[in-house]
Design a protein around this ligand. Structure first.
Ligand code: GTP
Length: 301
């Protein structure tokens, strides 16, 4: 399994600086990183931050959350098949919503190969102080990127007074009291903090994880043991709390040879027949997904 980290944060907040700093530290430890950079526009300006030894894929046409997961799947496939690496760092555009970005990366096709460790959000502290002057949409995205983070880098504190730094840290903590907040200049984050991150639950870990572990956004991989009735499955989907944001994968349906491709977003269910026998697994993305009772399992796993 290769660990995956998603770097989120506003335009100019310090994501590329963070990426460069993380790469340097991983390499010093003998860990091989690979990078996917999602830039808006066609010029891969920031890729200069990544040296030639590090496998790099760029997604220059639009934001990963809008172009959909197929492009991301293609990049992941190419990296997994063609490159030798231990960890994957994905820098999202400043405009990416964290749930959509995580959704694009978490493909059931790679569920057994990639382990989503979580979202690191770089928050521009100077900009935070000025957030009341943002448009409502921009402000909302800024807050969502912080709310869903598993680790928050409160960056650019060199531009703040001590008192301002304290105020900003407390305000950010009030928005997300689960993620650790690290104050930095130039995104100088020690990588030892990444190692404790864990945003993915596999079936067998659900019970342990549920004890005393609180998470914002997380994902869960579930394997079905038997075929299900479509109507019962859809009834179960409707019964789920609205903190389940996305689901996708292959669901074995009674009376059909191959599991169906299943997608769920914004309360809508979509089914597509699959011509190959894909593994009967779904990925669930949301809050507290470890606590969900999943249809067909007969118990909470
Ligand atoms: N003063 C100050 N400047 C910083 C800090 N961190 C980053 N910068 C500067 O802010 C600018 C943007 O930094 P990047 O690391 O490129 O930020 P980014 O989030 O990748 O930016 P985009 O790719 O444009 O979204 C650069 O000019 C950095 O040198 C910091 O802690 N303090």
């Amino acid at each position: 399994m290769k660990d995956v980290y998603l770097l989120s944060g506003f335009l100019g907040s310090g994501k590329t600086s963070l990426l460069a700093h993380i790469i340097e530290q991983f390499k010093a430890e003998g860990i091989k990183p690979a990078v996917i950079m999602n830039e808006l526009g066609k010029l891969a300006f920031d890729s200069r931050a990544v040296d030639n030894e590090v496998p790099l894929k760029e997604m220059l046409e639009g934001c990963i959350c809008c172009t959909g997961s197929e492009k991301m799947e293609a990049q992941l496939q190419m990296l997994l098949e063609g490159e030798d690496f231990d960890v994957l760092l994905i820098e999202t555009t400043g405009a990416a919503h964290p749930v959509e970005a995580m959704d694009a990366v978490l493909s059931p096709l790679f569920a057994n190969k990639l382990n989503m460790k979580g979202i690191i959000t770089v928050a521009d502290c100077k900009r935070w102080l000025d957030r009341d002057n943002m448009t409502p949409q921009t402000r909302m995205l800024f807050l969502e990127q912080i709310k869903h983070a598993h680790l928050i880098v409160a960056n650019k504190i060199d531009l703040l007074t001590e008192e301002e730094t304290l105020t900003v840290t407390m305000q950010i903590q009030a928005l997300n009291d689960v993620a650790p907040i690290i104050q930095t200049s130039n995104s100088k984050l020690p990588i030892k903090l990444l190692k404790n991150m864990e945003a993915t639950f596999h079936d067998k870990e659900v019970h342990e994880a549920a004890i005393g572990k609180q998470l914002t956004l997380s994902s869960r991989l579930h394997t079905f043991q038997e075929g299900l009735h479509q109507e019962e499955f859809e009834e179960w989907v409707r019964s789920l709390p609205d903190t389940v944001y996305r689901m996708k994968g292959y669901v074995p349906l009674k009376g059909h040879k191959n599991p169906f491709l299943f997608q769920y977003a914004y309360g809508m269910v979509q089914w597509l027949p699959e011509y190959m026998k894909m593994p009967p697994q779904i990925v669930i993305i949301g809050e507290q997904v470890d606590k969900l009772e999943i249809i067909g399992s007969g118990r909470n796993d």
